[in-house]
Design a protein around this ligand. Sequence first.
Ligand code: CP
Length: 304
Amino acid sequence: MHLISLKDWSQADIMDVVERAIEIKRYPSKFAHVLNGCSLALLFQKTSTRTRCAAEAGMTQLGGHALYLDWQSTNFALADLQDEIRVLSSYVDLILPRLLKHEDVLRTTDAASVPIINGCCNRFHPTQALTDLMTLQEKLGRIEGIKLAYIGIHNNVCNSLIAAGMKLGIEVTVVAPAKNPAAIDTELLAEANRTGLCKSSDRLKETIAGSDVIYTDTWVDMEFFTDSEFEEEKRRRIELMQPYQLNKALLDGQDTLIMHCLPAHRGYEISDDLINDPRSIIFEQAENRLYSMKALMLKLIERS
Ligand code: CP
């Protein structure tokens, strides 16, 4: 069993991880040795704080061991991806790649003999979505029927929220004046529209007023934020997206939770003061990366 996108997972499997994550958070010592002797390989083409550290620390806390492989300083940079994954599979129990291209993540699943966890590609960020579901369950005591507004650029995080919402009955409204072309998944959107659980809107204020949760993410993917070749597109997006910035004026009087997967670009998609606003659950969400990652690793190793 792999985790490439929540599209491929059943409601029962998703809720299994969410409930286990809450249990692990409450009773960490009960799980201190459950993965004794197990190894996890992390393979990263992109930078990370939360995903990498939650997985490394989480595996240690479960009694196992994690290896961090930077793409550029290993032979992944030189060799055939599938050859290297096949070999890595013979050393470890679980592989978490964070790769630029979704197609390459799929290629790892063809070569691996152990479970693969998609650590975020251009199309999906499923480990983030599991954390988001856990955080909503904790904060609101339910998931089904939640009204979530995603305001920003339609990207991999937005896709993962739509996929999660479709499985668990969250009504997702997307207010996104622009899309990341590499994130477009027509099959996902067609299915989401068919279920009636996802819609897009250009009515910003109306959407905010009708939502339990407002979620945003970076306007420019982290690998492009300081890329000089992306400078013109970055300038265009900042101008286009400024009216959609989450700030105190926009959310004035709204009783809503505020979420962001981090890292945030303060002053762009979200104002500095809103990150620490009493309605913000951003840092609880970030902390929960640890528990949901532990629950996920445990499930995949138990099932393999
Ligand atoms: N949210 C998230 O995936 O954070 P990192 O990029 O730091 O892993």
